[in-house]
Design a protein around this ligand. Structure first.
Ligand code: NOJ
Ligand code: NOJ
Ligand code: CA
Length: 703
């Protein structure tokens, strides 16, 4: 009797908790796959995070039970699942996990003793890396992450397979790639032209980096139809498994044209936030990095942001004035500055925390990172003050999972702020006070305001007469004094009463009030052809369907809430259009920038023009009759063409994403360094683009 009663009670309790859990999980479903403005990404080197399943660890030479950092150490997807389920990651407050490339990698050990634990040496993109888990484990990771309000971002390497040597088929695994188990080809016996065979790049030019190998990695010929199809099928495989984002490796080393077709393929199948790695060293500014971020359809990891913040707080060889200059410059250079992915360190640079910096520097850097424009990314272990100067020391295993560190609590508080105050995700940045030690900046979106104050010097500063958009009143530090922040009072004329900012103090103050007017904060993605799905986020859209305009054309509404609208791109002429929302009571929003409507889905075509002799400093471009080819506007011509590696001067070539299945017209032009244009003579060239696949077309310059 007693036993039965107990059993019923247990059953009832289990049922109840299931119900509660279910409701809870519904409430915190991972949000938009295209708007990461309110997210905090956590970058995990899967092998180095947590070993949740010892049975899947490699044996023999690949594995190092005593921590050789070039070998597999046992971390896996089960380990990540455990750290979500036990609350370590959810309480940390991060909302998206960027994990190592999940695909099967080579098993061979590199002659230098390196292994594929990092996931960058792919072998079969349609299989899982068995040391991370099987397909079921991956699916469980996605499900558990989603149930806990977290997104999963995968790393993806479409640039290369694995280390290979032209002359030695026994070197590692000869770059061989497989399509779900069946061999496609390898590097040294490459009859199908799957790979480039132009030696290693010396990084001397963009072209050299694209068409030669990155180190000893077998470099794909992305214009090869088999490779193009295989990589696009592969990314679709992972999209179908429910991933929410993609980090594309080494984007500087692939043609922008082919990558536009990849991004287009992603956005056509399942739009997810896609960002590329365009490495920039300390102090480096590259206009090509900006144009890539603005034209390719994907965001970039913001190395300039990272390097500058490191210079100020880690190396101490730059000032807050330099930092703020970077903030204003990048706001102008990046069309979507809030979509660039910011960080203070990663697996390719020294960890921010070192034996010579103090934990306080790391905390200040994290506070600035999490309150700046851009999508902040925390490299695993930063919250434990993990150190390590370079590869592989910067990829050490998690030392512990301590939830009491200041850094852990700081990330939790500021992640919460990002999710609740849209000034951080959508706002612009105004500098309010600056000197050699102090940086105070304000983020504002609609009526929402967040002000962050940091004093990285070793003396207190008296801040007086500081202007702010915060309405009059008193404001407590959002961090509750975690970094010694104090309260401030804003007077009637929107100035802050004088206050002292102490050494190493960081304070954050916020104001929230929803705008009743419809206000767009984000549109994603910002490019696509008619029929593709676009998400518009912001506030004040109302709860009844209104209209969304691309220029003058209304889009079909798929879903409408007060803060998020999903539409499909209307069938209008390709071109750039502002996006605007009109509520059901006919109030119109801000116009959101320039949305690019494409003519059709994109296919990668290599254009070659022979005998195009030029004066020194001049280059060949292509211009044609579609949006993708510049609509006959020479300022939007595609190029400059290349003339060194695949073809040599006076032949020129360029890989371009063109609309599929269309009759296009175009001409080649020459532009000199002053921008003076020389057109080819004769009538326009005609070309019927393929509906699928790739193509190379060759011409002679028309004198
Ligand atoms: C950049 C990655 O971040 C780096 O770690 C890797 O070795 C190279 N790309 C090659 O995939
Ligand atoms: C590159 C061109 O430069 C740009 O104007 C165009 O919109 C994109 N390709 C997308 O096709
Ligand atoms: Ca394991």
């Amino acid at each position: 009797m007693n036993f039965l009663l107990k059993l019923t009670k247990t059953l009832a309790l289990t049922l109840l908790s299931l119900l509660v859990l279910h409701q809870f999980s519904l409430e915190i479903e991972a949000s938009s796959k295209v708007d990461y403005s309110q997210d905090v990404i956590y970058q995990i080197v899967t092998d180095r995070f947590y070993d949740g399943d010892e049975t899947n660890n490699p044996t023999g030479e690949l594995y190092s039970p005593d921590g050789n950092l070039h070998k597999y150490l046992g971390g896996d997807w089960q380990g990540i699942i455990e750290k979500i389920e036990n609350g370590y990651l959810t309480d940390l407050g991060v909302t998206a996990l960027w994990i190592s490339q999940p695909v099967e990698n080579v098993y061979a050990v590199h002659p230098e003793g390196y292994t594929s634990y990092h996931g960058y040496w792919a072998k079969d993109y349609k299989k899982t890396n068995p040391f991370f888990g099987d397909l079921e484990d991956f699916q469980r990771l996605v499900t558990v992450a989603h149930e806990n309000g977290m997104k999963i971002i995968i790393d993806f390497t479409p640039n290369h397979s694995s280390p290979a040597l032209e002359t030695d088929p026994d070197y590692v695994e000869n770059g061989a790639i497989f399509d779900n188990g069946s061999l496609i080809g390898n590097y040294s016996n490459d009859e199908q032209g799957l790979f480039h065979h132009n030696g290693g790049t010396d990084f001397s030019s963009i072209e050299d980096g694209i068409y030669r190998n990155l180190y000893d990695l077998a470099d794909y010929n992305l214009q090869n139809e088999t490779i193009d199809r295989y990589l696009k099928e592969s990314i679709k495989h992972w999209l179908d498994l429910g991933i929410d984002g993609i980090r594309v490796d080494a984007v500087k080393h692939m043609s922008q044209g082919w990558q536009e077709t990849l991004v287009n393929h992603i956005y056509t199948n399942q739009p997810v936030f896609t960002f590329g790695e365009w490495f920039l060293g300390k102090g480096e500014i590259d206009p090509k990095n900006h144009s890539f971020a603005n034209e390719s359809g994907m965001s970039l990891l913001d190395f300039r942001y990272s390097q500058t913040l490191r210079s100020v707080l880690k190396d101490e060889d730059a000032t807050w004035t330099d930092f703020h200059e970077m903030i204003t410059d990048t706001a102008a250079s990046y069309a979507e500055v809030n979509d660039q992915v910011t960080f203070i360190d990663n697996h390719d640079m020294g960890r921010f925390t070192s034996d010579t910096t103090s934990k306080t520097d790391t905390e200040m850097a994290l506070a600035v990172l999490l309150t700046s424009r851009g999508v902040p990314t925390i490299y695993y272990g930063t919250e434990q003050y993990l150190t390590g100067e370079g590869d592989p020391e910067n990829r050490k295993p998690m030392p512990e999972f301590n939830r009491n560190t200041k850094a852990y609590q700081l990330i939790n508080k500021l992640s919460d702020l990002r999710q609740t105050n849209p000034a951080l995700g959508y706002g612009n940045t105004t500098e309010r006070w600056i000197n050699q030690d102090v940086y105070i900046y304000e983020r504002k979106f609609g009526n929402h305001v967040v002000v962050t104050a940091v004093n990285s010097g070793d003396k207190a500063h008296n801040i007086s007469d500081m202007e702010t958009a915060l309405p009059s009143g008193s404001y407590n530090d959002v961090l509750d004094g975690l970094l010694n922040g104090n309260s401030i009072t804003v007077n009637q004329d929107q100035h802050v009463n004088a206050f002292a900012l102490n050494p190493n103090e960081v304070a954050v103050w916020e104001f929230k009030a929803e705008n009743e007017k419809p206000t767009i904060g984000h549109v994603g993605p910002m490019v696509g052809q008619p029929g593709n799905e676009i998400t518009i986020t912001g506030e004040g859209f109302g709860n009844e369907d209104g209209k969304v305009f691309f220029g003058d054309e209304a889009a079909k509404i798929k879903n409408w809430t007060n803060s998020e609208i999903v539409v499909t791109i209307p069938a209008v002429d390709a071109g750039k259009y502002p996006v605007a929302v009109e509520t059901s009571s006919q109030v119109t929003s801000n116009k959101y920038k320039e949305f690019e409507i494409l003519t059709n889905k994109l296919v990668p075509i290599r254009f070659v023009v022979n005998n195009a002799n030029t004066d020194y400093g001049s280059s060949v471009y292509l211009v044609g009759n579609t949006q993708e080819l510049g609509n006959w506007d020479v300022d939007h011509a595609v190029g400059p063409f290349f003339n060194q590696v695949m073809y040599q001067y006076p032949s020129w070539y360029y890989d371009i994403g063109v609309p599929a299945g269309k009759d296009i017209e175009f001409k080649f032009i020459k532009k000199d360094s002053q921008g003076k244009v020389t057109w080819e003579s004769g009538t326009n060239r005609n070309y019927s683009t393929p509906t699928n696949g790739t193509d190379t077309i060759q011409f002679n310059w028309n004198n």
